[in-house]
Design a protein around this ligand. Structure first.
Ligand code: HEC
Ligand code: HEC
Ligand code: HEC
Ligand code: HEC
Length: 491
């Protein structure tokens, strides 16, 4: 048998052939790899001619004629039929599903009503309907709901926008989340329209102009799917608590330094930090973000129509499109990939349930201690531990995608949540004994949302009535059908 070496020395062209064949293979592999991660190049192929939208935009329907595919798929966010094990587009009553949340948020609007998010199309409808807006709110609550927000900010100034009331600007906000939220209408480039994100990046010494295109495919989402708070003594100015970093401890340190309190817990009197939805921050700890996969890669995959490839603007759970989302990069079957997601989410849910149980007990035991005459000095450290535990639980709970985006980070944060809550409870056990209270403290029946709400003394019927009056009388000028884009209403 001749070796390759012998063949090459007899026929030198074989060597060159092998060389060029290797070159071609390396080139093709490179192309394939690049096309997976750098999918933007394809987008530019499809839309070589950029057609800027003219005139006064901020109205989603104006984008329909030039960009019918993107517009029509965007309208599909109206579909609420898809449900996965934990996520999906249906408006699920979270308090009914997890009644312990009512106790955890006692004294705060979230204990009144909290539904799982639907598609972007419903953003206005849902914020108007929720019982949380039955009480006066600042205009800051509109910030992540409509392309009218950047328009109003331009017209009236950012500070003035935040300083207005929710009711005052209600009539101006007529369009749900849309094209102008993420695109520059002149160039169609991805753009950041919300000042809070630009300011937060600047605080971290980063300029939005230096950001890569792939990163922009996540940052457009980070305008809204993040942790934030309103600066009370600056007229509800919106800020991301990122000054010390983007992890749960760094944000806690930030909040502690400014002594931030979202509400004082009605049972335990703990000064609580309410977490929002830090999907962007948490996902940074996951393998996908670390390998450069963007939010849009999974939530806005490519779609084909009549041979034309475009970005799917039906932003939704990727589990409803595993073939176009995950399977672009993974060879496994749909079933396997779905099961991978569920396995991670199941584990995180188990830890969430333990954290909820522990925190509920801590709040109720703390109430028992107060009732038995505990002093502020005796309670101070205990309440600090409850605050730390609840912040960590809520941080993961409020981020609907965390269980898949970064399962290990989620489990770590929940582990420390449970540890903090148990620390509070062991101190409470000692204090309750000292105060002659029998332990364990009797726990109420919290098997349904209604029972939990009854326990914290909240009458849903009263509030619903109040909300009805609000919708019917206080704001008659608000179009009740506002969440339907104009094009839909007229055509
Ligand atoms: C202007 C603010 C804003 C931006 C920008 C934004 N979102 Fe949302 N998103 C929302 C709001 C508000 C909701 C909840 C809407 C509701 O429940 O009515 C939501 C809901 C969702 C949902 C749940 C819907 C479902 O069917 O499961 C997903 C997923 C989602 N967004 C992903 C993204 C991704 C990915 C991006 C970036 C490409 C993004 N969002 C950009 C505000 C925003
Ligand atoms: C939540 C952010 C977001 C919103 C809202 C949004 N887009 Fe996009 N859009 C994207 C992203 C991300 C891409 C991919 C851009 C890239 O990688 O170059 C994109 C790409 C596009 C493209 C380029 C071609 C393509 O298909 O990739 C067009 C055209 C477009 N969008 C139109 C629209 C229209 C019209 C609307 C309103 C109905 C809209 N977009 C709303 C995020 C958004
Ligand atoms: C590797 C793919 C992948 C990437 C990257 C990714 N997600 Fe997700 N996301 C998922 C999956 C899978 C779920 C779980 C959906 C479910 O349970 O139905 C999810 C859930 C969500 C949800 C909750 C949706 C629901 O139906 O309840 C939101 C919101 C979300 N992601 C936003 C984001 C944002 C913002 C980013 C970028 C910072 C991002 N995702 C990056 C795959 C991804
Ligand atoms: C743009 C490419 C890309 C997309 C889209 C993508 N992945 Fe991945 N996925 C990766 C990469 C890269 C890794 C890391 C593997 C490595 O580097 O060894 C990974 C790792 C994983 C892992 C193992 C790590 C873990 O977290 O358990 C699972 C499971 C996974 N992906 C599931 C999914 C699912 C489900 C989807 C769709 C919702 C998806 N991926 C979408 C590229 C992608």
């Amino acid at each position: 048998m001749k070796s390759i070496q012998d063949v090459i020395s007899e026929k030198p062209y074989v060597g060159w052939l092998l060389f060029f064949a290797t070159l071609v293979i390396v080139f093709l592999v490179g192309l394939f790899g690049a096309s997976i991660i750098e999918r933007r190049s394809e987008a530019h192929l499809v839309y070589e001619v950029v057609r800027p939208v003219q005139g006064d935009v901020y109205d989603n329907s104006q984008w329909q004629d030039p960009y019918p595919r993107q517009y029509n798929t965007y309208l599909e966010t109206r579909d609420t039929t898809f449900q996965s094990k934990y996520g999906g587009a249906a408006s699920i009553d979270m308090l009914e599903r997890y009644p312990k949340m009512v106790i955890l948020w006692a004294g705060y609007a979230f204990s009144k009503g909290y539904n799982q998010g639907r598609g972007h199309y419903w953003a206005l409808q849902d914020v108007r309907q929720t019982l949380r807006t039955a009480v006066p709110q600042p205009a800051t609550c509109w910030t992540c709901k409509s392309p009218a927000v950047p328009r109003l900010m331009n017209e009236m100034g950012v500070e003035e926008f935040y300083a207005s009331s929710w009711e005052e600007l209600g009539g101006e906000i007529q369009e749900p989340i849309g094209c102008d939220d993420c695109h520059d209408p002149e160039t169609l480039n991805l753009t950041i329209t919300r000042p809070a994100l630009v300011e937060a990046l600047e605080a971290a010494d980063r300029e939005i102009k230096e950001v890569s295109h792939q990163e922009m495919r996540s940052l457009v989402c980070a305008q809204c799917h993040v942790e934030y708070y309103f600066i009370k003594n600056r007229n509800n100015y919106l800020k991301f608590p990122w000054d010390n970093g983007l992890d749960v401890e760094a944000m806690e340190k930030y909040y502690d330094t400014i002594e931030h309190v979202d509400f004082v817990h009605a049972l335990s009197k703990t000064p609580i930090i309410k977490a929002q939805h830090p999907d962007y921050e948490i996902s940074r700890f996951g393998i996908h973000a670390q390998r450069g996969v963007s939010c849009a890669d999974c939530h806005m995959p490519y779609r084909s129509e009549g041979g034309i490839k475009f970005t799917d603007h039906h932003i939704q759970s990727p589990l409803n499109m595993i073939d176009r989302s995950c399977q672009v990069c993974h060879r496994e079957s749909e079933e396997t990939l779905r099961q991978n997601v569920y396995d991670n989410q199941d584990r995180v849910r188990r830890l969430l349930a333990i954290a909820e149980e522990t925190l509920v007990k801590a709040h109720i035991e703390a109430k028992a201690a107060w009732d038995a005459g505990a002093t502020e000095a005796q309670m101070a450290t205990i309440l600090t531990f409850i605050r730390r535990g609840q912040w960590r639980w809520d941080y993961i709970s409020a981020s609907h995608g965390a269980g898949f985006h970064a399962p290990l980070e989620s489990a770590t944060v929940l582990g420390t949540a449970i540890q903090r809550a148990e620390e509070a409870r062991s101190r409470l056990a000692a204090l309750l004994t000292e105060l002659d209270v029998n332990i364990p403290v009797q726990l109420p029946d919290l098997s349904t949302k209604e029972k939990a709400q009854e326990y914290i003394g909240f009458d849903l019927r009263d509030l619903s009535k109040q909300k009805e009056i609000f919708l019917e009388t206080k704001i008659p000028q608000w179009d009740k059908e506002v969440s339907i884009p104009r094009a839909e209403r007229t055509r």
